[in-house]
Structure formats: C-alpha cells, structure tokens
Design a protein around this ligand. Structure first.
Ligand code: TNX
Length: 734
C-alpha cells in the first residue's frame, strides 16, 4: 500500500484553532493530546539512521535547550525514526509525542531537518513533552533570505549565526549577494585583483544618500571570502537544510570588478571601488572579452557552489556607455539587435548557454525580461509582482520578492528612534499580509516557486543592524512561506511576543520590538484630540511616569505648545522599548481637513486629521508622519468649525530628491467664512521649506493650493516622473 502524506493527514483530526502553537512557522496540522512523555533531559535516537554530519548539529541544537541527544540502539531510542519513501511532499514530515516517546516519519534529509526543528521548538522544559500529533508540509518550495555582503561585509562566523536562525524558521535558500559596486567579496583564483583591489574601498558615505552635502568616512573598508571559506559555509548551510545560491552581478553593479580590471568596461577608464550608494554608469562591456571573463568567474563559482541555480544579477544596468561604445554597437549590428535592452538580453542568453552547459540554471532580477527572456531562466521579481507574473505566463519559474513586502531594508516602524534606513515602510503586519501568488490565474500559480526576503545593506553597517532589520520580520515571512499565514495576525503576534522573542533572546539575536509599540488612535473632541493607546497584544501594559495609561489628551491652544510623553511598555517584567512622542498643540488641532487631491494611500495617516493631529513630521523623513501626494498640484480645505481669528499659518514641506520628493514651487491660500465664497489671502513662491502666511485674519475655512513642477527635470533623480509633494502639520496660531 502506498502511504502518502495527504492520506495520512486524513487520519488526524485537524484542529483549526485560531491560536498559534509553540512552533514557528506554524505546522499545517496540529492536534494536542493528553499524553505526556517524560524524558528528564535526555533524548536518544538511533544515530545510524541520521546522516553523519547532521547528528552533531542536532546535538548542539538540543544542547542549547539543555537536552542531551545521545545515540542508542533503535529499539531503545526515545525518538523513533521511520523513513517513508512515498511521501508526496519532499519536505513534509510527521511527528507524534505519546506517553512512550517521539515518532518521526520523514522522507528526505530536508524533511528530517524540519521534523527536528519542530521538535526542538516544542520542548518548553528539559524534562517532559506534552502529547501532540503534527503532520506538516510547506506551502512553497523556495523559502529564501537574501543578504547583501557587498555594501557591507559580514564575517563567516556572523553568517553562520544568521544561517542558524534561518534554519530554525525552515527557510531553505540563502541568496548570497557577493558582488556589487561597493566590493567584490569572493576569491576568484584566475583573477586575483578582484579581491586584492575590488574588495576594498577607500571611503564610505555617512548618513543617508540624499543628505547634502555628503559626508565621508575615509577609512579603508572591505573584506572577502576565500573559496575554502565559501565551501565551508555551503557545507554548514547544507547540514541545516539550506542551499546557498551565489549571485555574481552582471552587466550592471560592476564598479568593483571594473576597478580591479578596467578593461572590462566600455571606456576602460580606471575607476575606484564605489563608496556611495545607487546605480552607476560603468558596467561590464558587452564585448566577447568581458563575457569570457564572466564565464571564467562563473566556472569557479560553479565549482564552489553546488546549487542548481546560479544568480547572475541583471538589475539596474544603465546603457549609456553601451550606446556610445563601438564594440557594443558592432555586436548589435552583427546580431541584428535593435535596442540596448536586446543587447542586455543577448548578453544574458550567452551567459545562460554557458551555465546551462554545466548543468546549471540561471536566475536573474526581473530586468532580464526587458529585451526578451533567456530560454531557461528563472526570474526574481523585485520591482513589483508584475515581472514575476509576466514570467510565469511565459512558463518560467519565479521567485517573488517585491519591494513592498520583501525589502527588509525598509523602515519597520515610523517611530523617531528607528535607526536610519533606506526609506520605505514595511511593518511586520504588512509582511504577514504578503501573498506571493496574488493576481495570478490558477494555471500559472505553479510557476511561483516561492518568495524571498531581501536584506540590502547600504544602511546596515554591521550584523546587529542586519538582525534588527531581519527579526521578527523573517518570522512573519517564514509563516507566509510555510503556511500562508493561516493564523490570524493577532494570534501570531501574541505567540511571537510570548514565545519566539525569548528564543531570539536566548540565541543572542538582536530584534526589533517595534510591533509591540502602542498604536496611537486619534479621536477628536471638543477641546483637542485624545490619542487612544491600542495594545498590539493582550499582555502589554503602557505607562507614563510610572502610571498606567490607556490614552493621552492634548488640548488646543492659540500658541504652539509642545508636549512630550515617554511611553514605557512592559510585558510582565520584560521591558520593551520606550516610545518618545512629542505632540504640538495649536489652533487647528483636531479640526477636519477635506482633500480635493487625496494623499497617496501609502502616506495617508490619520485621514482627514492627518494635517491637524499634533504630530509634526521629522527629518530625515522615515516614510510616515508626513502626508505625501503624487500630484503636481495639491489642494485641501481646513474647516475650523467656527469663525476663528489667527495671525500665522505655517506648513512645512519636504525636499528629498533621492526619494523623488521635491519641494513645491508656489502656493495660494484662500479664506472663507461660509465655505462658498473664498478670498485670496496670499499667493507666493516658496521661500525655503515653508508655506507661510503671517497676517491678522479671521475665517472658518482655509483653502490651500500647492503647485509643484509638472515633471521632475532631466538630470535629477526620477527625471520625467511626477514629483512627490510632502507636507507637514498645518500649524495655526494667534
Ligand atoms: C535595488 S533590488 C537594488 C539594490 C539596492 C536596493 C535597495 C535590486 C535588484 N537592486 O541594488 O540595494 O534596491 O533597496
């Protein structure tokens, strides 16, 4: 008789409890029983059934829980292993805890690893285990995490610790971003200068890319991994059920390689290894000589990394040099290529042929779709889901990694104490809402192998910063990829705060508790506003000056008054981070605004009170607090709800060209008593950042119209697109 996992699932009654179990990610089927297995700190297993190098790892894993895992004869072992060849799911397993021991049924190395990870998390004390039946399998085959080791370098020891954490969450792919403009990080024996020159930069930008004037750290920075070290890491990850996929970027993001070998570019100009962030025009020339170099590099990479798939980059490649380069132009002519995108496609196809001949497959960022996809390529969709959807419809395999859900270099909270990040906003809750197959017709869903979280490290200078950005968002990603986030978010965070954070603490992993910050819910009232402090989990308690609080009231005033609150959060005796909020009160506090042009949904906090909520957006902008509009004209009307005298109106605007946010050019302010007839009070160009009106006036309605440039001018970031307009609180005073 053939036993399939699906068949066995039937035997268990699935208990669809809303709560999360002790295991992260939540297993697909869990049933608690009244059994109890007492083992007193010692578990035994027939080690001949466990692959040789897995056993020491498991001993170490259980050792951290103060459990001795020891070998025993099969009949005496407390963990009984049974390999079932016919499981339909290669990573699925079953685990039962009964009065007499632990039974594990598995099919493959992966599935055995997964079963032991689950067992490890089930153990809450080193003496006994509660009875349980688990039958489990992942929703997606590709469950990845990417780490950029070019922008910043992390030691092998740091990477090992990171991989340990991935294994706990049942991730199975580590995408190792090894080359970029800012450093080449892998030893290539045939081209030693890639690391002797390309792994080192003279200076590194301090602060955000958009900060002017730029500031530099002038110390030499770099490092690289020898082939031996890389092979060791491959083995280390393999033992933990994780495959490493190396990435060698081409044709763009190539400055570090070109700094080592200038002849690889079109201009052959000597350039330095770059110390700032962005996209650079010096890319690999498309000529044969450069492609041969890359094939040599890939030959060595293939020797180090046994992964079926090799990542060849393909993103963000400016074509300006190709367009001026006689060698590139002649390739286009000879091959009848009409556009530079087609030339990039020609380049990638040639590389693909070489990689395929060695029995491997290429994967590339979604730009490899642009001039026509290479025949067997897989696509990593980052600019959105669209690239991935298009590739799936062409029947190519896809890994989803859209910025909006998967870019863990984005801010995870809008709190002012957040460390500097690239921008964007991706809180834990949003990660948990990710659906990698959204928008895809059923027949194409099978081309979506899974998804991946990306940790780009421009703003993550050390491993602690990486961990802080990774956790707990990676836990949410693991839930999505393993079980599609089937447990409601509220139950997930309840379990996360009650259980998994403790595991991270024990492992010495830095993590963010931003998801446990109080959520402020604004409620306008007669005298101003009240902010309700919403609890993200049941057990959290908020206090100000040692007094428990559930809300904060701010009263309207006719002069600006600042009020600062330090909100302490506790779960039991565990102190979480302190949230430091400053509110300002003024005459318009809590008064409604109606928008003729709506703020963009991403930057629309507090709805009609967004401009009068007493929250002043800070600089640098972190993707919240400010209201953002993607229109060249912005118009709204403030209703003071009664005729009001005032002497000064002020609205601050933002200028952050790196994020396509440009300061508006001019504005008009109109006043009205009845909301029908408006009179212009001021019409002016912007002086500095402020929209300002200083004049004794009386009105009930204030209409503000703000004009930005229609399009971002050539030569500036985002050229040709509509600029973003960002505005701050309307501050109205006597
Ligand atoms: C875009 S995603 C990039 C990276 C940056 C990242 C920052 C991709 C394929 N390219 O070079 O580090 O944005 O979020």
């Amino acid at each position: 008789m053939k036993i399939t996992l699906a068949g066995l699932l039937f035997i268990f009654t699935t208990q669809l409890s809303a709560q999360h179990s002790l295991v992260f990610p939540e297993p697909s089927n869990v049933e608690q029983t009244t059994d109890k297995f007492v083992f007193n700190g010692r578990l035994t297993v027939d080690r001949t059934k466990i692959p040789e190098d897995l056993f020491p790892y498991l001993q170490q894993l259980f050792g951290r829980q103060s459990i001795h895992l020891e070998p025993a004869a099969s009949k005496d072992a407390s963990i009984h292993l049974q390999q079932i060849q016919t499981f339909v799911y290669s990573e699925g397993y079953q685990l039962e805890v009964t009065n007499s021991g632990i039974d594990i049924k598995y099919s493959s190395y992966q599935s055995l690893c997964n079963a032991f990870q689950t067992l490890n998390q089930l153990i809450q004390n080193p003496k006994e285990l509660a009875g349980i039946h688990i039958s489990d399998q992942p929703a997606y085959a590709y469950r990845g995490v990417h780490l950029d080791c070019s922008r910043h370098y992390f030691t092998i020891l740091e990477l090992r610790k990171f991989i340990d954490q991935m294994a706990k969450l049942k991730f199975n792919r580590f995408h190792w971003h090894l080359t970029d403009d800012q450093g080449w990080r892998i030893e290539i024996k045939k081209y030693p200068k890639l690391t002797s020159v390309g792994a080192w930069r003279d200076s590194t930008l301090i602060g955000h890319f958009s900060k002017q004037p730029a500031e530099w750290d002038r110390s030499k920075y770099g490092g690289y991994y020898t082939q031996e070290e890389a092979k060791d890491l491959v083995a280390y990850a393999r033992i933990r059920g994780i495959e490493i996929i190396p990435e060698i970027e081409m044709p763009g993001h190539a400055s570090a390689a070109i700094a080592a070998y200038p002849e690889l570019s079109c201009t052959e100009k000597q350039i330095p290894v770059v110390g700032t962030w962005g996209v650079f025009d010096d890319v690999f020339c498309s000529q044969e000589k450069t492609r041969s170099f890359l094939k040599d590099v890939l030959d060595e990479i293939i020797e180090i990394f046994p992964s079926k798939v090799i990542h060849i980059g393909g993103d963000e490649c400016p074509k300006v040099n190709w367009e001026k380069c006689p060698k590139c132009q002649s390739i286009m002519e000879q091959n009848n290529l009409k556009t530079s995108h087609e030339l990039q496609s020609f380049f990638i196809r040639d590389i693909e042929k070489h990689v395929n001949a060695k029995g491997r497959t290429i994967i590339g960022w979604d730009e490899i779709l642009e001039g026509g996809l290479a025949p067997n390529a897989q696509v990593m969709s980052w600019q959105g889901m669209e690239g991935g959807i298009a590739a799936a419809k062409l029947k190519h395999q896809v890994v989803m990694t859209p910025t909006s859900y998967c870019y863990f270099d984005y801010y995870q909270s809008g709190h002012p104490s957040e460390p500097l990040a690239i921008g964007g906003y991706l809180p834990l809750e949003k990660v948990y809402q990710f659906d990698p197959v959204k928008g895809l017709e059923d027949e194409y869903k099978r081309y979506i192998l899974g998804a991946q979280a990306n940790l780009w490290t421009e703003y993550l200078p050390n491993i602690q910063a990486v961990e802080y950005n990774a956790f707990p968002r990676l836990v949410a990603m693991a839930e999505i990829l393993w079980n599609k986030g089937k447990v409601p978010y509220a139950d997930f965070v309840e379990a996360l705060s009650g259980n998994y954070l403790q595991q991270l603490r024990n492992d010495g992993v830095r993590f963010s508790t931003s998801f446990l910050d109080p959520k402020l819910e604004i409620r306008p009232n007669q005298t101003g506003v009240n902010y309700g402090l919403i609890k993200p989990v049941e057990d959290v308690v908020f206090s100000v000056n040692n007094e428990i609080v559930t809300g904060i009231s701010i009263e309207r005033t006719d002069q600006v008054r600042e009020q600062r609150y330090l909100i302490h959060s506790n779960i039991g005796d565990q102190e979480l981070r302190v949230c430091d909020y400053t509110f300002i009160s003024h005459l318009a506090l809590g008064k409604p605004v109606s928008f003729a042009t709506k703020p963009h949904e991403k930057y629309d906090h507090n709805g009609s009170l967004g401009l009068t909520d007493g929250v002043v957006g800070k600089k640098p902008w972190k993707g919240n607090e400010w209201l953002g509009f993607n229109n060249d004209t912005v118009q709204f009307t403030l209703d003071l709800e009664a005729l009001t005298s005032f002497g000064k109106l002020q609205i601050e605007t933002l200028n952050d060209p790196g994020s396509w946010i440009y300061r508006p050019e001019r504005f008009v302010i109109q006043l009205s008593k009845d909301g029908k007839k408006f009179k212009t009070a001021k019409k002016s160009n912007l002086n500095g950042d402020l929209i300002l009106l200083t004049k004794k006036m009386k009105a009930r309605y204030i209409k503000v119209t703000i004009f930005n440039k229609e399009l971002i001018p050539q030569g500036q970031t985002g050229a040709g697109f509509t600029p973003w307009t960002f505005i701050n609180e309307i501050i109205l005073t006597k």
